[in-house]
Design a binder for this molecule. Structure first.
Ligand SMILES: [Fe+2]
Ligand SMILES: [Fe+2]
Length: 176
């Protein structure tokens, strides 16, 4: 009976805690992408800087989407504190490797959250998460295609200059 009388929130304490973990991760992603934008900017990769500035904004929007959901469901959304944002990278390629790594980790983390919701039969949150599953399809696709440019175009000569320009052309069409 105690469980049925959960007056304050729709979500369980465990789901709330995983959602807050995801808020922190999206926030970290936003900050990490901003650092990548800065690195690309100061190393002459203008198109990639633009790409990462946009990614940083997208990640902040993801964070807010989770944040608002927790609040709307009667939970306590926690504004995250962040540290250990990498500011330096050894190479242009390493920036894109890290971007893909972030996206893979994010997909996995959202899957863990969804698994927990399935166990709890929290279909409301499962439905909420569907948008993110689709978003991750795009996020991983774009990160992977960008990284592939390093092999497809090659870094020799004016390669990195070409790669930088090609990054701006990478898009994902989920219907095509
Ligand atoms: Fe995200
Ligand atoms: Fe992302």
């Amino acid at each position: 009976m105690k469980d049925l009388l959960r007056l304050r929130t729709l979500i369980s304490t465990e789901v709330e805690s995983l959602l807050n973990k995801q808020i922190k991760m999206e926030s970290y992603n936003s900050a990490a992408y901003l650092a990548m934008a800065s690195w690309c900017d100061r190393n002459g990769y203008d198109y990639s800087a633009g790409h990462f500035y946009k990614q940083a904004e997208d990640e902040r929007a993801h964070m807010l989407r989770f944040f608002k959901y927790v609040c709307d469901m009667g939970g306590t959304a926690i504004s995250p504190s962040l540290d250990n944002i990498p500011q330096e990278f050894n190479s242009f390629r390493e920036v894109f490797e890290m971007a893909l790594e972030l996206e893979v980790k994010t997909t996995q983390s959202i899957n863990v959250l969804a698994d927990k919701c399935f166990k709890e039969k929290d279909h409301v949150t499962i439905e909420f998460l569907n948008w993110f599953h689709k978003e991750q399809r795009e996020e991983e696709y774009v990160a992977r295609r960008c990284l592939e440019l390093f092999d497809v175009i090659g870094e020799e000569g004016t390669g990195r200059w070409e790669i930088d320009k090609a990054v701006a052309q990478v898009t994902y069409d989920s219907e095509g």
